[in-house]
Design a protein. Structure first.
Length: 149
C-alpha cells in the first residue's frame, strides 16, 4: 500500500552525462535506426550540434530517488504503467543533465482486478545552466499481493 502522505516528496538532483555510445545502444535497443542517433556528420547536416538522443532516452537516466523511501513500498511491488515526455529542447551527446524526481499524486483506482494504488511521479532534467530540458511523468501501479488462505 502506498504512503498517502508521499505527495510532494522529492529526491535531490543526480548528474547524468549523456554519451554517444549510450545514445547508440539505446537507439539500437528500441530498434530505431534514424541516423541522427548514430552519425554525427548526418546529425550536423540535419541542423544539430551532434548526435541526438531518441525521445524516450530519459527513461535510462538515473535519479537519486529511492522509491521505497518516497512511496513507502518495495520496488518489486511497483509496475510501470505509463510514461510521457515533454521537451524544452532535444538531448544531445555531451549534455550533463541533473535529474530529480517528485511525487505529484497518490491515489486509489478501481480496475478489472479491483482496487489498486497508483503513484504519479515527475522526473525533471535540467542542464548545467539550470534550464529545464525535459519533464517525464511516470505512472506506477502497486502490484496486488496475493492473500494466503
Amino acid at each position: 500500500m502506498l504512503d498517502k502522505n508521499a505527495v510532494g516528496r522529492s529526491s535531490p538532483p543526480t548528474l547524468n552525462e549523456v554519451e554517444k555510445g549510450a545514445i547508440r545502444r539505446f537507439a539500437e535497443a528500441i530498434g530505431d535506426y534514424n541516423p541522427i542517433y548514430y552519425d554525427e556528420e548526418f546529425a550536423r547536416a540535419s541542423g544539430y550540434p551532434t548526435v541526438v538522443a531518441p525521445p524516450t532516452f530519459p527513461a535510462s537516466f538515473h535519479s537519486s530517488a529511492d522509491l521505497r523511501e518516497l512511496l513507502g513500498v518495495g520496488i518489486k511491488s511497483l509496475l510501470h504503467a505509463e510514461q510521457v515526455f515533454e521537451y524544452e529542447r532535444p538531448i544531445f551527446a555531451g549534455d550533463r543533465i541533473m535529474v530529480s524526481t517528485k511525487v505529484v499524486e497518490v491515489l486509489e483506482k478501481t480496475g478489472p482486478a479491483g482496487k489498486m494504488d497508483v503513484a504519479v511521479l515527475d522526473d525533471e532534467g535540467r542542464d548545467e545552466e539550470g534550464k529545464r530540458v525535459f519533464r517525464a511523468r511516470r505512472t506506477l501501479v502497486v502490484r496486488a499481493t496475493k492473500e494466503v488462505a
